[in-house]
Design a protein around this ligand. Structure first.
Ligand SMILES: [Zn+2]
Length: 392
């Protein structure tokens, strides 16, 4: 099968970090889908009159419309018995407006019909779907990138990546809304085709990461390429692993093991499907320094450990000249400078975004003011991936 590009684009409030996280998650799994971000990191905006400010209700917020399914039997009453929290004010765009961004992008960049465009948007949409394919039949999609905390206990990149990969697959199998209507499951069975009218049901299909036998039959009938199917399954499986690990962490409070490899290699979270987190060289050096000093270090006495920090820094693949290296180490170890605190707080953010705030507590450098700062992680969960890193 000829590989094709999947252009990930975004609307106004989707951050650079999130945009990169989604792209790098998807790129971990090579295959015919080739995920690319916009070369200029552009953010596409809607006109203010294209966005409706709405006050929503609980039952409205958790319910997806089935406007495209008028011909079907009416569904069971929609019930939401639990007292879930939800945002009161939401900003809503029409499907036409959202797909309009994709259509203009396609035209402007002269993309072939085979190339996919996926708009990540923080906006709610008129039919309150998590994601949808363009109603005009083009290979355009949008995925809602926000408000996932009301549905799942995970970082937003996981459901978003799931919906991107399975959305592309579903469009290939059921290429029109008419055939999608025929195939969709109104009672959830943990399949990519679950409709999730009750939007809280979405967790089921992500935890199951499966495709039911009816849908597999449809996939076979369409002759969907095996490599594409395998790429999609790998992405689904990765996300499932992440979600289950989070749930287990909630119960057991056991964080993931991490592997530390020399050079510019990212930190690997072994028990989370080997997910990878990249730290800047200096961040990585500070992280390793604190890992190697489990009893903790005083921020204002870091100069006493300058030699050890330098040694570690030499192993993490920086590209500084000796003079710059000295300056950098001076800054970091100078108690009058704020550099160390900045690095530490940046790292905490990165860990939080990667594994969630609660689990991040185990990897962050922390401690009371004026006392030793340390990393809480049980050191038996650290795998030093090279002899260069034998613990002293
Ligand atoms: Zn199915």
């Amino acid at each position: 099968m000829t590989p094709f590009k999947v252009h990930l684009i975004r609307s106004g409030n989707v951050s650079d970090e999130f945009y990169d996280e989604v792209a790098s998650l998807l790129r971990q799994f090579p295959g015919p889908m080739n995920f690319v971000t916009d070369a200029n990191y552009e953010k596409f905006l809607l006109e203010e009159d294209e966005i409706q400010e709405e006050t929503t209700s609980r039952s409205r917020f958790f319910k997806a419309d089935e406007v495209h399914y008028e011909e079907m039997e009416s569904l069971q009453e929609f019930h939401l018995s639990k007292d879930y929290s939800y945002p009161r004010e939401i900003r809503v765009a029409s499907w036409e407006s959202l797909f309009g961004i994709c259509r203009r992008y396609r035209k402007k960049n002269k993309l072939s019909p085979d190339e996919r465009i996926v708009l990540l948007t923080e906006l709610n949409n008129e039919h309150n779907w998590f994601s949808a394919a363009d109603t005009n039949g083009e290979n355009n999609f949008f995925v809602h990138s926000d408000q996932w905390e009301f549905f799942l206990d995970s970082e937003n990149r996981f459901p978003v990546a799931y919906l991107i990969a399975t959305g592309i697959l579903k469009k290939m199998v059921f290429n029109s809304y008419t055939s999608l209507n025929m195939a969709i499951h109104h009672s959830p069975k943990g399949c990519i085709s679950d409709f999730c009218e009750n939007k809280r049901e979405i967790i089921l299909k992500m935890r199951t990461a499966d495709i039911c036998s009816d849908c597999m039959q449809a996939i076979n009938n369409k002759g969907i390429n095996r490599d594409l199917l395998s790429q999609c399954f790998q992405i689904m499986e990765h996300i499932r692993t992440q979600l289950l690990f989070r749930e287990r962490f909630e119960m057991l409070q056991l964080p993931s093991r991490i592997a530390i490899t020399p050079g510019r290699e990212p930190i690997t979270f072994i028990d989370m499907g080997n997910s990878q987190l990249r730290l800047a060289p200096l961040e990585k050096a500070v992280f390793i320094l604190f890992l190697k000093n489990p009893e903790g270090l005083y921020f204002n006495r870091l100069s006493e450990h300058r030699e050890q920090l330098q040694e570690i820094y030499m192993t993490v693949g920086h590209n500084l000249t000796l003079a710059n290296l000295n300056n950098t180490l001076d800054d970091v170890t100078n108690p009058m400078e704020n550099r160390l605190s900045e690095i530490v707080s940046k790292m905490r953010n990165k860990f939080s975004r990667h594994v969630g705030e609660e689990m991040a507590e185990h990897y962050a450098i922390d401690g009371q003011r004026g006392e030793r700062k340390k990393i809480k992680l049980d050191r038996s969960l650290v795998v030093w991936d090279d002899s260069a890193y034998q613990a002293e």
